[in-house]
Design a binder for this molecule. Structure first.
Ligand code: SF4
Length: 214
């Protein structure tokens, strides 16, 4: 019985989030599963030739990179294996000039705001200006009730999990708790809030009924 009402609340929150994202100028929709997200995104981006991939586990989890590779698209992915340091840097720069940038978000408020924290800044830069199209894929675990809780999520959940996954020497990677650190390896250096869709960027948001990414 409890599960039934948990799912009801989850559905209502997702509906509110999609409605408010659309009100805020984003092109938002919900799909049930990662496979459906991959199909949905392919339908949005087939006209484009060059793609930037943000540092995102979610984009990898939905399986879209092999699909794009199979279609012969040009992909700028700084996580690709066997890249030299210069090639990694070139991929980050190219992400801001590609036709379409694919990424996730660290948190999305049910009121329709999108929050991200970056260490370098290539992801948040490409999300807001440069590419003709941006597609943000996010699991429902990223949806928080309001902006305050979305900001809390990036420090309390996304930051520690990401720092741990990268093997960073930060307090959170040891304790699981943000210490607003002064570590040289601090990954939380830039926070962006998309209150509304940026003026010159077409941003689609695909929310997925699964837990994805950090
Ligand atoms: S500010 Fe430092 S301690 Fe806090 S989440 Fe970011 S890296 Fe971890």
């Amino acid at each position: 019985m409890v599960e039934r009402y948990r799912r009801w609340l989850e559905r209502k929150t997702v509906e509110r989030c999609v409605k408010n994202l659309n009100r805020n100028g984003f092109d938002a929709r919900f799909v049930q599963a990662p496979e459906a997200a991959c199909r949905e995104i392919l339908g949005l981006i087939s006209e484009y030739e060059t793609f930037g991939i943000g540092g995102s586990e979610t984009i990898r989890q939905i399986g879209i990179i092999p699909e794009l590779t199979g279609m012969g698209k040009t992909i700028h992915d700084h996580w690709a294996s066997e890249l030299s340091p210069d090639e990694v840097q070139a991929a980050r720069l190219a992400q801001g000039r590609c036709d379409c940038f694919l990424c996730s978000a660290n948190a999305i408020s049910a009121r329709g705001e999108i929050v991200n924290v970056d260490g370098i800044g290539n992801r948040v830069a490409a999300m807001t200006y440069g590419p003709r199209k941006v597609v943000i894929a996010a699991g429902i675990n990223k949806i928080m009730p309001d902006l305050d809780q979305a900001l809390q999520r990036v420090r309390q959940i996304a930051g520690p999990m990401r720092a741990k996954s990268l093997g960073m020497d930060t307090p959170c990677a040891e304790t699981g708790e943000c210490a607003d650190c002064h570590s040289p390896q601090r990954i939380c250096r830039i926070t962006t809030i998309l209150h509304r869709c940026p003026m010159m960027t077409d941003i689609a948001v695909v929310l997925v009924g699964a837990d994805l990414g950090y």
